[in-house]
Write a protein that binds this ligand. Sequence first.
Ligand SMILES: [Zn+2]
Length: 84
Amino acid sequence: MALVRCEFHKPTGRNYEYVKVVEPVDPPNEAVICGIKGCLKRGSVWLCIEEAAAYNKGERFFLSKPSRKAGREAETGAKIRVMQ
Ligand SMILES: [Zn+2]
């Protein structure tokens, strides 16, 4: 599942396998917010290997991953439409 993170909270570490970053439609899109607790900055959409492959085949909707680091702020995911 995709992650939404701002420029200051990019996913790092061996637990992440995000290989592609795409933007929500109509950038700069202030409606899609970083999943880190307390952060209200505009987010980009990080795609894992399988999602990046789907993107390359034309998929433009992705589910955001509920964030352990966000508490109740991001307890459920959302569908996000991304740019071509
Ligand atoms: Zn952030």
